[in-house]
Ligand binder design. Sequence first.
Ligand code: DGL
Length: 277
Amino acid sequence: MLELELLPDLPAATEIGVFDSGVGGLSVLRELHALLPDVGLHYVADAAYAPYGQRSPDEIRQRSEQIAAHLIEAGAKLIVVACNTATAHAIEALRARWPRVPFVGTEPGIKPAVSATRNGRIGVLATAATAASSRYQALVARHGQGAEVFTQACPGVVDLIEAGQLDAPELRALVARYTAPLREAQVDTVLLGCTHYPFIEALWHEALGPEIQLLRIETAVARRAAGLWRHEHPQDHTHTLPQAPLLVETSGNAEALGQWMARVLGWGQVEVRHWAP
Ligand code: DGL
């Protein structure tokens, strides 16, 4: 578990912005903070609008633009879209609106899955909105050659993870339902195509069985963002202190997110603020 030394009387500087519909992007934030402990990270959870996976492309794009505007105004020089669904529906619009800000997206790792599969059969677990997006379809068409890709949308899973019910019978039932078609398709590799899903990796693993390998994407996303940051800011030592404070905001209930982070990540000392756009 990542240890955080918080320096509460320091103002939190926004250098890199990270956002998701809710807690999912914390799986990316955790890795990014480990890679860049001295860089000020500002996280926004759009919990009032979660799950994005059930929303329309327009809504997802509008929310993403509103959050990016807020992060940029706060000082973000790089933004990590720590959400597959927002990447699928909004990253092009974000890049077009802020051409000078680098945006790092999160997308199911079809390419690494094609390299990892032994039988050429890959499963992807994702939100309904990601699965339906033309960007995701294009990704599969571009990188999925030589393999058969079976995509499974998983409505309901994100709601229970947001609610902190990580071991609820209801969640186990959904996981069993969504993994069954992938087992039937005899995939040997499954991608977790939503940043919320790593928090219940054990449930997916149990339901899929030991023969099926699970691939996650958040480490690669954090590495890509950290690499880009170091490349663009080689001499930037904004903070002379060993660890920069994290700034976490939510459009939902700040206390509930604080409790979730304390329980799941052991980040009891991170302050969470309410953000109302
Ligand atoms: N965590 C997000 C993703 O990676 C979105 C989940 C949701 O809000 O539906 O797709």
